[in-house]
Write a protein that binds this ligand. Structure first.
Ligand SMILES: Cc1ncc(COP(=O)(O)O)c(C=O)c1O
Length: 420
């Protein structure tokens, strides 16, 4: 069918096509899980090797002054460039969960907010952190706005809740299940007008959706760097706090790296200036070294070009789903309009987990295809424009169709391992 020709054309015309060669790849497998764990940049491998050999192996303690103390602010500067802010507003380190705890704790300590709000589209760790803080601060129960479905937010319902009282709202800019993309600037304006603040979790958005903190009047954000930013498993998170807010906030984990002068070894704590006070312990140097190549590549490719390809590819997936998969019991679980979605496409099917296992297996004529599964019956297909080709997507759709057509998935167990 002439899908093959058009897909080849798309790939031939793709200005980002060359970036695919910058990532480790040993097999023909089609990797569609960059929204969970991004691929390894070859440069990361070389950098870590160099850091191990020269900086840890040979330099040892001298490497702190010579290289390592500069590493977190250098990477923060690169994230600042990507996210439309000043480097002084970004800190790198810890996990997204810890960063969320720190920022919400600090905001609660200002005594300006009386309630925590999130919604049922948010990622579980965010809900758990809020629940813990609500107990610690003896707040009323966190309001988890429930839209009655997990597909998209009802912005009017959300706004109605926000305007009731000054609150801290935590939302994921791109929802992990459906890829629904929130109207960031509109909600920030609404929150501000109602004496509230939104803490954005950008984990599923950073690296595929253009984000400009200044233009959107964002006050606080966090996000992980191991998905579309290709920072490596468990890579350090980033946290953004708008400049005007920084002075008001105190780090609840006031460790020595957040001290104004950590190497004076003073017996009492004095917070560092600005965002630096949000550091706690020693930076994770090997993980930081591994994550830098990912942000370098994203900056080199340009977020606008990445987004353009992401929209073309997710549009392509949706139209291929309509033509090839709809008759086989699959349903689309991502927004139709690109303006409302991030960079993965979710499909549901009653036997989703078994189909995922068949996809991962590979078959004669089909390479292994790696998606992921989210309950209750979602197959997520992550589109990472830096290394996903249109041919990859076509193959995945054909394979999905063949699996269900031939019932190849039926032999796979319905029980699941821990990581799906
Ligand atoms: C939206 C979102 N927030 C947070 C996390 C978890 O972050 P961390 O493990 O760095 O705490 C994830 C992980 O997938 C996520 O999707």
């Amino acid at each position: 069918m002439n899908d093959t020709i058009s897909v080849t054309d798309w790939d031939a015309r793709d200005p980002l096509a060359e970036f695919r060669n910058r990532f480790f790849s040993e097999s023909q497998e089609v990797y569609l899980d960059g929204n969970s764990l991004g691929k390894m940049p070859l440069e990361a491998q070389a950098t870590v090797q160099r850091v191990l050999q020269q900086q840890w192996g040979q330099g040892l303690i001298r490497s702190w002054n010579e290289q390592w103390l500069d590493l977190p602010p250098r990477i923060a500067g690169k994230y600042a460039q990507l996210l439309g802010t000043n480097p002084a507003n970004i800190i790198i380190g810890e996990s997204t969960s810890v960063r969320l705890y720190q920022i919400v704790h600090a905001l609660l300590n200002t005594h300006k907010y009386t309630r925590l709000i999130t919604d049922n589209l948010n990622f579980p760790t965010d809900l758990y952190i809020l629940e813990g803080l609500e107990k610690a601060f003896e707040l009323p129960q966190t309001l988890v706005v429930d839209y009655g479905q997990e597909f998209e937010a009802d912005i009017e319902t959300l706004k109605a809740e926000i305007q009731k009282q000054p609150c801290i709202v935590c939302l994921s800019l791109v929802s992990y299940k459906s890829a629904y993309l929130y109207p960031m600037a509109e909600l920030n304006r609404w929150a501000q007008a109602h004496h509230s603040i939104i803490v954005w979790d950008l984990s599923h958005a950073v690296g595929v959706v253009p984000i400009d903190f200044q233009a959107t009047q964002t006050k606080a954000a966090i996000g992980c760097t191991y998905k579309f930013m290709n920072g490596g498993p468990g890579a350090p998170a980033f946290m953004y706090i708008g400049e005007s807010l920084q002075k008001e906030l105190a780090n609840p984990i006031q460790g020595w790296f957040g001290h104004a002068k950590p190497f004076d070894f003073s017996t009492s704590y004095k917070a560092a200036e600005g965002i630096h006070r949000f550091a706690s312990g020693t930076p994770q140097i090997l993980s930081l070294a591994a994550m830098e190549a990912g942000v370098d590549i994203a900056l080199e490719a340009g977020i606008e070009a990445i987004r353009k390809k992401s929209v073309q590819q997710t549009d392509y997936l949706i139209s291929a789903f309509q033509k090839e998969l709809m008759p086989y019991g699959f349903e689309l679980f991502s927004p139709q309009k690109s303006i409302n979605r991030g960079s993965h496409i979710s499909l549901t099917h009653p036997q989703a987990w078994q189909i995922c296992q068949a996809l991962q297996q590979g078959m004669e004529g089909y390479p292994q295809v790696i998606p992921d599964f989210r309950p209750p019956q979602i197959i997520r297909l992550g589109v990472a424009p830096l290394y996903t080709s249109f041919a990859d997507l076509m193959l995945a759709v054909k394979y999905l169709k063949a699996i269900v057509e031939h019932q190849w998935h039926i032999k796979y167990p319905t029980d699941k391992p821990q990581v799906t």
